[in-house]
Design a protein around this ligand. Structure first.
Ligand SMILES: [Zn+2]
Length: 169
């Protein structure tokens, strides 16, 4: 495991925490693990919570410690290149490392009740398409949306209009 993180107990079981200051833009860890397909029965068990969607019908079951990274509706990290977890803000020692699971979700199968405790908590973790448009655009601009999802927004003419509206407002 990288020297920048450690595993500890938290409200959701176990989580990944910063062992030292982690700077915005720094790679925290990489997701690796066996491939799981969309028709695998695990999607209909509690184990589905451990999967990371990497394509339209492909997932991986990440190894530790990546599998222990929890969701937050106000994350301090995000996934780039489908597998690499990068800090999107400076993270202090002892702070839990989180990403927004919705940035990797577009399957119409799995949702999760959220108890992250943030004022902005959405209450339910669901597919990227259900995020408020402002948040979708923020994550897309940061480059922390899985490629198979981000592509859909680049191809849609109305996505460009959404960015233009945001710039005026
Ligand atoms: Zn939440």
């Amino acid at each position: 495991m990288a020297d920048s993180i450690y595993i500890a107990d938290c409200a959701f079981g176990k989580g990944v925490f910063a062992a030292r200051p982690i700077r915005r833009g720094e790679t925290i860890l990489r997701y690796r693990g066996p491939r799981i397909d969309r028709d695998d029965p695990v999607h209909h068990t509690p184990g589905a919570a451990m999967l990371l969607q990497t394509g339209v019908s492909t997932y991986i079951l990440p190894d530790s410690p990546a599998v222990l990274v929890n969701h937050s509706c106000v994350p301090n990290a995000g996934l780039v290149d489908n597998r690499r977890l990068v800090a999107i803000s400076d993270i202090l020692p002892g702070e839990q490392v989180t990403f927004d699971y919705s940035t990797s979700m577009d399957d119409g199968i799995w949702t999760m009740a959220c108890g992250c405790g943030e004022a902005e908590c959405r209450g339910l973790v669901e597919d990227f398409r259900h995020l408020p448009e402002r948040l979708r655009n923020r994550y897309l601009a940061l480059g922390i949306v899985q490629g198979f999802i981000a592509r859909q927004y680049r191809q849609r003419p109305d996505a460009a209009a959404g960015f233009a509206d945001a710039a005026i407002a």
